[in-house]
Design a protein around this ligand. Structure first.
Ligand code: F6P
Length: 622
């Protein structure tokens, strides 16, 4: 790839001094303010200025794709709130940690996130600690803002809104301020890593981080992946500052979602609140281009098989044996969820209640529910609700010898969970709404191919976009009777049908693993920042701009012609008009330079003057 070179222009005015305006030629050329575009190329470099297609020479590939597939050495920065424990014997806390741990260990990325300690907000050198080929930097986030950021805006405002549960929402301006401050703090810490190749930010805690990175002058490709669902326009408008937050999301070059549902909801929000439409999966905003795609997160099925075979600590071995003793010779279903109201545990328990009313003693439930976000009121209330419901079912349907529901808040290692999944006849994954839900995939991966269990899955988990009704038993998680019927069907399903359903799900899990997910995302991120056809760009004489920036250009051009029409003898008027042209130019210069910087590395396939669309676009109908 080569750089795009810009057209020459004739600077006729010293932009640093308005007082000099009237001493210059009366006509301003477009480069009159070129101090603001320091990266515009020199005369010598300006040969290929007719357009991107002239400027690009595809030196390395002939098939029209860019070369990023062959670039595994990308020096990546991963940023998320929580960082994985990097210890197979320690429990994972959520899909994000499980998903990113192998990426960092294998790729040599630096993973930045929150430590368990709080700080005074002063900036410290990055505390890098080796993790496989990569490094982890856990930051002591500022004490003063942590609760407003984590307990407040992230988990009391955004989380329920993203899961379309408005009754669980609360919000305050102070929380939002803390959220912004912590994002800015993270961005400042990431500044030390500015020379790495790209930034990959994760999850709703850090929606505005990409914009904060740009504000600090970090111009490397930035991507964001949302692990949770994204809701409809009506729902997101309940979030204070939703407009500002979505605008800041458009500062990312690549936005990744788990499912079509989430991607389409986000696109609907852009249409509703910004009047923006996507073309070939690209949205063009004032800031530039953002690509939007679905990347459904997966698991590592091979590693899961290894977990099954791995030795457990003595203590955990004992814990598992004791639990399994409860079910000896009897059927049981398993639920494994953070104790979170989005997981639908209460409705699942009610489903069991209804099932046991119709089929007494037929099946038990092992519900593992490690406590989560215990500082958030709604979580405390939910814990009580779940425990009351379980006590009720056990009192109603239990006997001296048999307890219907075994419930624990303990956490388990992946190896221990793998054994429990395998022993269970039914996996019950019934969240009210979920980004993906990796428990569903882990349950499937842990099964005995010759005698697999059956997955009962919420229609509203992202995993239900992967697994259809011929594979999992899909249910509405809000309807306990549906859950009851599905568990009953699962528990009595003939072997042949179980094997058929399981094989089909397992094929899908194996064909798109966590490694495919991260590789796909990073390949897309590494394509550079601009992936729109060249026909969407306009050459202004002083650089390339795009449709969204045209109004800024038009106002600059109008100011310029007004200036040029003023009689040179009219010093005062001329000087006032100069001021207006200058500010219009400055408004244009920032996005223009932003676009210009990104065009340097535009993949050859995506830039051609005849508007041909390169394959690298990942074209998609919206
Ligand atoms: O998957 C959503 C998510 O919030 C992740 O970001 C996080 O790792 C997980 O759930 C657990 O949540 P928390 O970090 O608040 O315990």
């Amino acid at each position: 790839m080569v750089r795009i070179h810009d057209a020459p222009d004739t600077a006729t005015l010293d932009s640093s001094s308005t007082s000099g305006a009237t001493q210059q030629d009366e006509t301003l050329g477009p480069a009159a303010f070129d101090l603001h575009l320091p990266d515009l190329p020199s005369e010598q470099e300006q040969q290929g200025s007719a357009g991107p297609s002239d400027a690009f020479v595809s030196a390395d590939r002939e098939d029209g794709f860019d070369t990023v597939n062959q670039k595994p050495e990308m020096k990546l920065v991963v940023i998320s709130n929580r960082v994985a424990p990097f210890d197979p014997n320690k429990p994972q806390t959520g899909g994000l940690a499980a998903g990113l741990e192998p990426v960092v260990e294998r790729s040599g990325a630096v993973w930045m996130g929150s430590s368990e300690n709080r700080g005074d907000g002063s900036e410290q050198p990055l505390p890098l600690v080796k993790a496989g080929a990569g490094d982890v930097a856990k930051l002591d986030l500022p004490e003063a803002d942590y609760s407003g950021y984590y307990t407040g805006f992230s988990n009391s405002t955004l989380w329920p809104a993203l899961h379309s549960l408005p009754k669980r929402m609360s919000s305050s301006k102070a929380d939002y301020d803390s959220y912004r401050k912590i994002n800015e703090f993270m961005a400042r810490a990431a500044f030390d890593l500015r020379d790495r190749d790209a930034f990959w930010v994760h999850d709703y805690h850090l929606l505005p981080l990409g914009a904060d990175l740009h504000r600090l002058g970090i111009e490397k490709p930035t991507g964001f992946f949302l692990h949770t669902p994204w809701p409809t326009p009506d729902m997101i408008k309940r979030v204070p500052n939703h407009h500002e937050l979505m605008k800041s999301m458009l500062e990312y070059d690549l936005l990744g979602f788990q499912t079509n549902r989430d991607l389409n909801n986000f696109l609907a929000c852009l249409r509703t609140y910004f009047g923006l439409k996507s073309k070939d999966g690209v949205v063009t905003s004032e800031r530039g281009q953002t690509r939007l795609q679905k990347f459904p997160i997966g698991i590592d099925p091979k590693q899961f098989a290894e977990y099954l075979a791995a030795e457990l600590s003595l203590a955990e071995q004992e814990k598992i044996s004791l639990l399994l003793q409860n079910f000896e010779g009897a059927k049981f279903a398993i639920g494994v969820d953070r104790l979170d109201y989005t997981k639908g545990i209460d409705k699942r328990v009610e489903g069991f209640n209804q099932l046991l009313a119709g089929e007494p003693g037929s099946i038990s439930l092992l519900q593992i529910a490690p406590s989560s976000r215990a500082d958030v009121d709604e979580y405390r209330k939910y814990k009580e609700d779940v425990e009351n419901a379980i006590n009720h079912v056990n009192a109603e349907h239990g006997t001296d010898e048999w307890r219907p529901i075994h419930y624990t808040n303990d956490s388990f290692s992946q190896s221990a969970l793998a054994r429990l999944y395998r022993a269970a006849h039914v996996g019950v994954v019934t969240p009210l709404r979920d980004g993906m839900n990796l428990v569903a995939k882990e349950y499937v991966a842990a099964q005995d191919p010759k005698d697999p269990g059956v997955l009962v899955l919420s229609k509203f988990a992202g995993a239900a976009e992967d697994f259809n009704g011929d594979e999992a038993l899909l249910v509405d998680p809000n309807h306990p009777q549906e859950i009851a019927d599905a568990i009953s069907k699962a528990a009595n399903m003939p072997l042949e049908e179980r094997v058929k359903r399981w094989r089909s799900m397992m094929d899908k899990i194996e064909s798109y693993t966590i490694h495919d997910w991260s590789a796909d995302y990073l390949r897309e991120l590494d394509k550079g920042s601009i992936t729109v056809p060249a026909d969407q760009f306009h050459h202004l004489g002083l650089g390339w701009t795009n449709e969204a920036q045209m109004p800024l250009y038009q106002s600059y051009a109008a100011g310029l012609s007004a200036y040029n029409e003023i009689d040179p003898a009219d010093d005062a008027l001329k000087e006032a008009a100069y001021g207006e042209v200058k500010s219009a130019f400055e408004a244009l210069a920032v996005p223009l330079k932003h676009t210009q910087d990104r065009l340097w590395d535009l993949p050859a396939a995506t830039a051609s003057r005849d508007g041909h669309r390169g394959q690298a676009l990942g074209a998609r109908e919206d």
